[in-house]
Ligand binder design. Sequence first.
Ligand SMILES: Nc1ncnc2c1ncn2[C@@H]1O[C@H](COP(=O)(O)OP(=O)(O)OP(=O)(O)O)[C@@H](O)[C@H]1O
Ligand SMILES: [Mg+2]
Length: 159
Amino acid sequence: MYADQSAKVKIKKYQELSPDAKANLSFTKIDLSNLLEQIMNEFEPIAQENLLTVRTIRDQTPIYGYIDTEKMVCAIDNLLMNALKFSMKPGEITVRLSAEEQHIYFAVENMGKPISDEQEKLLFERFYKADLSRNEHHGSPGAGMGLSIAKNIVDLHGG
Ligand SMILES: Nc1ncnc2c1ncn2[C@@H]1O[C@H](COP(=O)(O)OP(=O)(O)OP(=O)(O)O)[C@@H](O)[C@H]1O
Ligand SMILES: [Mg+2]
């Protein structure tokens, strides 16, 4: 019941972000390095409770980008929550933020169950979950929407 409701909310969010959605984004200039510091301050204690140590690698100098902060935080949140849900525990999560010429790179790395090349191709599809058995046995932790939404958000930022 609860999972269904959360899926509906996410589908609505997804529709709001469909191709002509760029007009609905509100871009502002923001220091992503600082934004990430704030996000990680909230995330680290949660990770620690889940037996995960976090390593954040980012320049101490500002990395300015024009982004829709609310939507980009959504995308980053999903990557961090995925790392939390799908990591082997105890373990380590590495988060990297860097800038090169006109591009900003953000990456989250964690150890998990190996996935095949075929599965890798499907990861960004809506509703795709690489490990169904895990969800059946532990109660579905998600709708399989997060990565497709995150991809959509990144695409709308020209990524
Ligand atoms: N960091 C990760 N490590 C290992 N597997 C991952 C990781 N991130 C995603 N996956 C796999 O990719 C699938 C799709 O991820 P996605 O974020 O789209 O969905 P979800 O997390 O299952 O649900 P939702 O994000 O909608 O709550 C996951 O179900 C999981 O099998
Ligand atoms: Mg997810």
